[in-house]
Design a protein around this ligand. Sequence first.
Ligand code: SF4
Length: 366
Amino acid sequence: MTHDFKIDPWGTSAIEDEDYSKLIQKFGIEEITEPLRQKMLNNRFIRRKIIFGHRDLNLVFKAIEKEQPWAVMSGIKPSGPFHLGTLTTALEIVEFQKMGGKAFYAIADIESWEDNGIPWDEAEAAAVDNIADILALGLDPSPEKAYIWRQSKEPIVKDVCFKVSRLVTQNMLNAIYGERTFGLYISSLIQVGDIILPQVLDGLQPTVVPVGIDQDPHIRLTRDLTRRNYKKFFLPGATYHYLLAGIDGSEKMAKRNPNSYFTFNEPYESIERKIKGALTGGRRNLKEQRELGGEPQKCMIYKILMYHFEEDDEKLANDFEMCVKGELMCGDHKQECIEKVLKFIENHRKKKEKLIDKAKDLLKID
Ligand code: SF4
């Protein structure tokens, strides 16, 4: 039976595993071929095939080979603490920065107002918290390696919004996003400014924007408007990762369903309880698990570890095999996952505490 997939950068995207290949075809996304993957084995998300597609990533490689500048750009809506979804994009930025790209990171406070009604002054606390998080994850904030801005305070992104809007009609936005408020349409044009900001500030260069597939409408809009307004610019490229579903097995991590995700700021007991309640690919009882084996490909415990908390590739592969053979039991594996996650978060919080002042400094907030 076929079903309609839905991509909504501001809401719930209903995308099932088999939809990814349809999306690749429908929107002209390029697959990460094996030769390309081999070139990027030090990037964990590419190595583990969490990033499955891209646009114009080859341009980044050409720049690397010729020792020319290139950029990685992404951002966060300051509407709450880091969680597993925001962690993916933040770590992708850090990985690309380590490969030599200058990191550009936007605090999307215009979008958090338009989408969530959070005033800019109220968004400041979340913005500081979010920046301290990405610094604790290893982003190097030195000026030659990173640029961080708030949309509401960055004139360049507003100028780009005005400039490109001359060629934008309501029909065009309607075709990409459906009928939305003008505020959301405007925030999508501000985001065009965010994405081309590396080239406006630092000169022409390839840019890669690591995103979940649900953000592809913004990438397509940006490429179209760059092509028509900034003819000499490189069309911004992108990488696409698989979206993590809710850990309780729901379609997506969502605020209205607190069991579907945990944040980095919530109590350890709450995180532990949620991981204990995560959807696994296990069988009904130990006997069946031993006889039939589990289904790690459907298991959120396996995915949480693979995305973020298991450093060792060999152990991951081994656990997969042991699960399939019925040699690994869900209770033990969940306990291991809880220990790894809590240890990571405890270390992360210690690092982050010391970075709050630096984050304020970078955001020019007293
Ligand atoms: S053993 Fe581990 S990987 Fe396998 S289904 Fe259970 S929790 Fe998931």
